[in-house]
Ligand binder design. Sequence first.
Ligand code: AMP
Ligand code: TRP
Length: 327
Amino acid sequence: MKRILTGLQPSGELTIGNLIGGIKQMVKYQNEYESFMFVPDLHTITIPQDPETLKKRIKSIVALYLACGIDPNKNTIYIQSENLYHANLSWILECNTYMGEASRMTQFKDKSQKVKNVSVGLFTYPILMAADILLYDADYVPVGIDQKQHVELARDIAIRFNNKYGKTFTIPEPLIPQVGAKIMKLQDPTKKMSKSDENIKNSIFILDTEEDIRKKIMSAVTDSENKIYYDPENKPGIANLLTIYSAFANLSIEEVASKFKEANYGTLKKEVADVVVSNILDIQKKYQEYLNSGIVDQILDEGNKKVNQIAKEKYEEVLRKVGLGRI
Ligand code: AMP
Ligand code: TRP
């Protein structure tokens, strides 16, 4: 069975972008593939984090995975920092990555302009991500479009390593969702909705109240044409609302565009709010149940045990091939 692997950073409250671009894909794939779903907490500290908040978010995100339909019997769920092989392999991969290729990462270029003191970790972040993927011989890596370049770097590193040291790593492929590849900011639909936005009116968080969700959607920026059709370039606000509806109602963009073609913007927004609220309230109820049950720790302990064994074998193979240590 092919193996699939992904992770969502616990760097902020998750948005519906994360749900649609990340978690929902995994829920779909968990029946077809051997699935690994982890919390990349080491990636999170590439940008300053408050320790208390970070700690809370790690378990909270696992409870959210479960609430969103990630089945612990079909997925191996674990925390990156609890497995020491990730950072160790990352170092070896760093020594097999060129400055030129790492410097081409567009996410680094964006993020490094937004923070005052850019850490070295922010620059090497994609190589740690390559280690996350290559340690487990993942065949597929479901990610949003913004992470595609990082998975491609992981491929390049794996190919280079295999050529140099002999076949060691599976070459991973990114899996980009068809619908809702990119959910945009509600107040500025030309930019990606992000969990770290300063303007909370831009994002719908999975743990938002019903009232906030409705308010945010009703005040989403659209255009003045008052005609509904799907045209992301000229009507980004409307296209974004149609995309959100399509993802939550499990309909194609064409079906949604045709459903609303005679409607006005007010009606569209109200219906988008309804479908988002009904999905999100259900998730929130399950989230509280998981968080209060103690099952999260149990799942993480089991996951950790399993992945440590897999990672240890791969890491020792790498040490042998590179000529490190005494193995
Ligand atoms: P991030 O929030 O950047 O850590 O992203 C975590 C995962 O969610 C990745 O797979 C992203 O590509 C996906 N994701 C984040 N924001 C969005 C968005 N606005 N639209 C679609 N996918 C997203
Ligand atoms: N960098 C990813 C993000 O911010 C999270 C991540 C870290 C990841 N390691 C990964 C995703 C490995 C897939 C596979 O979204």
